[in-house]
Ligand binder design. Structure first.
Ligand SMILES: Cc1cc2nc3c(=O)[nH]c(=O)nc-3n(C[C@H](O)[C@H](O)[C@H](O)COP(=O)(O)OP(=O)(O)OC[C@H]3O[C@@H](n4cnc5c(N)ncnc54)[C@H](O)[C@@H]3O)c2cc1C
Length: 432
């Protein structure tokens, strides 16, 4: 196989946003660590309210998970609704679900207001059942979501599944028409341009190496040191997601970096693309170690999965290409002779309770833990953090729930136990 180990989405960004040149100012109202959806959405919202804001990105703007993902703009959260209700109670989960719907509307609004050319489309998502018992659970979930959240999902029995997907291996499906698809690299690039237009300064290759509270002119400030110099900030937002480092150790200990990988095929003939995904849905299956896939706007099959309980590396990316191709062929035997052109990986930001969290840690604002649902949620959470800094506390159900730390053995940031967690979920997929 002659596959390029490169992120396909980046090839579609025609005019890459340029970071702010020159030295840093002495002071700023808000310093943001990380230029992904979360940090850039916060920066845009703050700058639009007249707050001075500097975003620091260790690599290039949008470099982290935000430019590498599947571009699925999904309703709901990673965990099933009954699990969430048992944990947090109905009222809180109603607010969480409403936030997930609101977050898709926010992405749509930003794309429209800022004229971001990123193929945003409300094409809906399809979850496909890998086992008959998974399909049986769909009716219960759909009824619960309709009754408690007033949101409609559609059950697709196996004999009608060909209207949704050109594969015969599944036992039925669940469609949510509200979900959307986007080209994530074009979206994050557009979001960065929008933040810059609103007045935010965006510093690339500016790794934050230290954040220290200090008192300046009688007021509490943070001294933010970066590889491009340092400044004083009134507030700090940590939007570093799965790439959070020990510079902010308290937060680092609460995030599990999980590798996920994607391949993209050559451009498919239009008829074949239509057969594989007749309604152009964002598709994922019902396993814990799931596959997620979709057509790109230019009709490639983009196929992701093979989560690994450690961040991606050159060798895991290379190994993933053939493993994912085998997975793709199991789903779509029609693609047996199709060439895979791209493979890449990224790191997902999981928390120990698999729920997003936001709030304050060591006096700094943060939001992370979006898992595979961060395109919309990270955008929404960034805007919420900006609102809180501007004194508008609003309603954010993810800031009022307990944020558990790591179990024993992972407390010091060790990752030796993570492959065991991976094995646990593989066993769970076998038996459930
Ligand atoms: C392969 C893959 C597929 C996915 N698919 C989907 C999907 O289809 N749908 C969905 O909703 N979600 C998906 N996700 C999840 C989603 O992409 C993330 O949840 C989301 O992008 C998180 O955004 P963020 O802004 O919080 O973090 P990121 O985009 O990861 O940005 C964090 C940034 O912080 C920077 N940083 C870290 N430390 C420092 C420092 N000390 N100084 C300066 N900068 C620093 C990093 O360089 C990075 O660029 C996927 C993720 C991956 C990896």
């Amino acid at each position: 196989m002659n596959i390029r180990e490169t992120n396909y989405w980046l090839e579609t960004v025609l005019e890459r946003v340029q970071g702010t040149p020159g030295p840093l100012p002495d002071t700023v109202d808000v310093a943001v660590v990380g230029a992904g959806f979360c940090g850039l959405s916060a920066a845009r919202a703050l700058a639009k309210r007249g707050v001075s804001v500097a975003v620091f990105e260790a690599e290039t703007l949008g470099w982290g998970a935000s430019c590498r993902n599947g571009g699925m703009v999904l309703t709901g959260m990673k965990l099933p609704v009954p699990t969430l209700i048992a944990r947090y109670g109905l009222k809180t989960v109603q607010q969480m679900y409403a936030a997930s719907l609101e977050s898709i509307a926010l992405v749509e609004q930003i794309v429209k207001d800022e004229s971001i050319d990123c193929a945003f489309s409300r094409c809906g998502h399809l979850e496909v059942a890998c086992k008959p018992r998974h399909f049986a659970g769909y009716a219960e979930s759909a009824a619960l979501i309709q009754r408690e959240f007033g949101h409609e999902l559609r059950i697709i029995p196996k004999n009608e599944l060909r209207q949704e997907i050109g594969s015969d291996i599944y036992f039925g499906g669940l469609v949510d028409e509200t979900s959307a698809g986007v080209n994530p690299a074009q979206y994050v690039n557009g979001l960065a341009k929008a933040a810059q237009r609103a007045g935010a300064s965006l510093y690339e290759h500016a790794r934050v190496t230290k954040v220290q509270p200090e008192v300046s002119n009688g007021a509490r400030r943070f001294r933010v040191s970066t590889s491009r110099g340092s400044l004083l900030a009134r507030e700090v937002i940590l939007a570093s997601g799965a790439y959070t480092t020990s510079v902010t150790l308290a937060l680092r200990k609460k995030v599990i970096p999980i590798g996920s990988y994607i391949i993209a095929t050559e451009v498919l003939p239009a008829g074949l693309a239509r057969e594989l995904s007749p309604r152009n849905r964002m598709i994922y299956d019902s396993k814990h170690f799931l596959y997620y896939y979709r057509l790109t706007p230019d009709n490639r099959m983009l196929f992701g999965g093979r989560a690994a309980f450690f961040p991606e590396s050159e060798s895991t990316v290379r190994e993933s290409a053939e493993l994912l191709r085998q997975g793709m062929i199991q789903v779509y035997p029609q693609l047996r002779e199709t060439r895979v052109e791209f493979v890449w990986g990224g790191t997902l930001d999981f928390t120990f309770d698999v729920v997003p969290h936001s709030g304050k840690i060591d006096g700094m604002h943060f939001a992370l833990g979006f898992a595979g649902h961060g395109v919309a949620a990270a955008t929404w959470m960034g805007a919420k953090l900006a609102a809180v800094i501007c004194g508008d506390l609003g309603n954010n159900p993810f800031s009022s729930i307990p944020f558990p730390g790591a179990p024993i053995g992972l407390r010091s940031g060790n990752t030796w136990a993570l492959p065991l967690a991976g094995m646990y979920y593989r066993v769970l997929d076998y038996f459930t």
